[in-house]
Write a protein that binds this ligand. Sequence first.
Ligand code: SAM
Length: 418
Amino acid sequence: MSSLRELARTISTLADQLDDYNDGISANGAVSPETKDWLQNAPKELSQSRVELIDTLLELKYRLQSPQAALEDLFFGYIDTSSLQVIYALNLPSYVPVDQPISYAAIAAASGFSEHVLRRLYRYAMTNRIFTEPEPGMVAHTPISRMLLHPDAFDCLGMTMQELQPALNHLLDALKTNPESTEPNQTAYNIANNTDLPMYPFLGKHPDRAKRFGAGMRHFTVGDHTDLRHLIDAFPWKTYDREDVRMVDVGGGQGAVTLRIASETSKMKFTVQDLEQTAAVGRSQLPDNLKERVQFMGHDFFSDQPSKDVDIYFFRWIMHNWSDKYSVKIIQALIPGLKAGAKVLVYEHLREGDSVMKWSGKGAGYLDMVMLGCYNGSVRTSEEWKALFAQADSRFVWNGVTKVPGSALSLVEVTWEP
Ligand SMILES: C[S@@+](CC[C@H](N)C(=O)[O-])C[C@H]1O[C@@H](n2cnc3c(N)ncnc32)[C@H](O)[C@@H]1O
């Protein structure tokens, strides 16, 4: 086990690398760390340094906290959730101007809530660096609270606080009622919403919630560790960029992934498949300059794959929604049309193992609990992916996993070799 001094040295070395970069961009008149995610466009190695630095800082914190203090943080974690619920329900960010402070008294007058209560709500949020008090009695944005002014980020807050969190409150009931269930409609989400429908069809009947869910998901696809630039770096797209190459984006939603890959290439062609309702939205928003190369198709991925002579079948964030039983069916539905050498690419969070004790493992952990509670799905390890494809058919040959430094998602690559 590293000593505190060794951990501090690691922190110092990594901090030097990041400071050197920051000094460089500041000298060029680039963004200030106060106002932007100044590492957003940093080289890959520095994205990785950032992750390692946070992992090491938290290791140091856990080594310094007494077990009692660590437990106290955990016991009262629900206060953070309650705070976020209030921030969403009262839309606290909206009262604070983008780039100047406002008094509690002015927020009280605008909102109708008492100044005394508002002060406590904003001040608790400040312990999580949401808002700041630049001078007594005044509230201003931090980069985090300012991000919540973006509609997608705010919808993401709503999605987590009003869609996912209430479902997870019923996890225990679901596990007691249907232990070991692999069905998407026997979940905590079903209990929370008193429905027999799986989540997506249920949302289909509640358009406002479905719209918020879509926007919340969009928030997760931009910036930092989920940015699609990591996918561009994870696969040799340029070598596939020929007129005879076709990719099918299975369950591709409104086409976010395909549109990005299409904009990085100029010749290869794409089909985005999803349930017709979703495909129709993507089709209606397709930019004119991509109409020659991108098409949308309504297709249920449990039915035989209609697109043949395809080089790449791509799945982002699809099979984590489904238990192994259903994921195997999704994979097997590809088989009737597969040509020799076709690639299957899966782009998802991967769990690193059974006992990851790092901040960088939290994202996959959060998602795994959401998958359990809302879909009876699962965030898998690379070994579990290997086993899943082997279970689907022995002619899928495992090529391995690529994780770009700084990326939260990994690319699983498999080739069909009949
Ligand atoms: C988590 S979203 C991922 C969307 C997209 N791949 C992305 O990464 O942005 C899951 C997608 O699966 C689609 N889906 C769910 N069931 C489906 C089915 N049976 N056939 C086709 N698509 C389905 C949903 O409509 C949704 O767009």
